[in-house]
Write a protein that binds this ligand. Structure first.
Ligand SMILES: [Zn+2]
Ligand SMILES: [Zn+2]
Length: 400
């Protein structure tokens, strides 16, 4: 339904004192992945205060699902915010800085939760606009990287009773200006896989290298060979990132060590490329080590899937946001980012879209996952309005 520009933004702005208080409460007491117990209690208290029924779990899992019911039986939309923080010591100087040394909401999940509560408040007050039920999904453990929090929620029936038709989420984005929202159809974020390679040679005196393969030299060949794969084997217009992040081996300048251990990450944005790249790395690592007379054992772990936005659902949300925010506030992103997100798991099940909520401003130049990251307060209003307008957009065309 087409409404006047800034209709939901004005509604969201009325919630600003509450948005501010929620955000500050989350930010002050950040909790790492799968430890979000205080955060869960705060979410449950806030939902109760808004009169929104909520489901939580008694098995130690910290997810919360609020439900805003509609009288109409139209499309069910799930909105998702992540809950966890990072092991970083805060340096923002904000009055609501982290009370917990060494832990910080440096990825904006405090903002995501406040916006989701704000959307719950606005939608509850404007229930007559809804054409179907809305689920407010508060998800732990996004930063955990492997099992994450989306999968445990789905296993616990988060998308059933009633069955979810569309999913919508957002993440603060330091590359999009404050007040704007970034969007993209298709692949938006990468699959972040990682590996550990143990290279084994023959230990010995550094003065007698001829007596056995040198694990350090073999490891060096592997590091170089992996980059040669990226530049010479992969299609340059289908991005692949391979980064060796650690390399450990040896104890002394005149000893050839037995083992060298490399760890690293592999990012791809096409599920087929992901499979091919893993096979290629496994084979190449063995061959490179073998060519130096050494052996290599690789442990390859899968992170989250590629995050793929559904084109039809994305268009509906973008159309609604063009009315709400104005077309000049929408930024179509040309390229996917190489970070990962377990929102991808929801998008594997139902159509939907993941948006980039702009937070870039001259006053805040720090990137996310850094000690100075503090999204401006106005993002709370835009983020709330975005979720509300996006929900109504997804519900406007009937079941997809
Ligand atoms: Zn993060
Ligand atoms: Zn994040």
């Amino acid at each position: 339904m087409a409404r006047a520009k800034n209709h939901w933004t004005r509604e969201a702005r009325r919630q600003l004192p509450a948005l501010r208080a929620w955000r500050a409460a989350f930010h002050r007491e950040p909790e790492l992945s799968n430890q979000e117990t205080r955060t869960r209690e705060k979410v449950l208290r806030a939902l109760a205060g808004l009169g929104i029924p909520a489901q939580s779990f008694s098995d130690g899992f910290n997810g919360v699902i609020g439900t805003v019911e509609s009288d109409r039986a139209g499309p069910v939309v799930a909105l998702r915010a992540d809950m966890d923080a990072l092991p970083i010591t805060e340096e923002t100087g904000a009055p609501f800085s982290s009370k917990f040394g060494g832990t910080m909401h440096a990825c904006g999940h405090d903002v995501h939760m406040a916006c989701l509560l704000g959307a719950g408040a606005v939608l509850t007050r404007n229930r007559s606009h809804l054409r179907g039920t809305v689920k407010l999904i508060f998800q732990p453990a996004e930063e955990e990287g492997q099992r994450g929090g989306a999968l445990p929620l789905l296993e616990r029936g988060a998308f059933e009773n009633p069955r979810v038709d569309y999913v919508l989420g957002q993440h603060v984005a330091a590359e999009v200006p404050i007040g704007s929202v970034g969007w993209k159809k298709g692949a938006l974020m990468a699959s972040p896989d990682h590996f550990e390679i143990r290279v084994r040679g023959t230990p010995g005196h550094a003065s007698t290298p001829h007596q056995g393969p040198d694990a350090i030299l073999a490891a060096a060949e592997i590091v170089t060979g992996l980059q040669a794969m990226v530049s010479r084997v992969r299609n340059p217009v289908d991005p692949v990132v391979v980064t060796v992040g650690t390399i450990h081996g040896g104890t002394r300048h005149n000893i050839i060590p037995r083992d060298v251990v490399l760890t690293g990450t592999v990012r791809t944005v096409d599920p087929k490329t992901r499979v091919q790249t893993e096979a290629w790395i496994r084979r190449r690592v063995r061959l490179l080590a073998g060519s130096m007379g050494a052996s290599a054992h690789i442990r390859y772990r899968h992170g989250y899937p590629v995050l793929v936005n559904n084109p039809v659902a994305t268009q509906r949300v973008v159309d609604a946001l063009a009315i709400e925010l104005g077309p000049d506030r929408l930024v179509e992103l040309k390229y996917p980012g190489m970070g990962g997100e377990d929102f991808a798991r929801y998008l594997e099940r139902v159509p939907g879209t993941f948006l980039r909520l702009g937070v870039a401003s001259p006053a805040m130049t720090a990137s996310s996952h850094s000690a100075g990251f503090l999204p401006p307060e106005s993002a709370l209003v835009v983020g709330t309005a975005t979720l509300v307008a996006g929900t109504l957009g997804l519900q406007s065309e009937g079941r997809g």
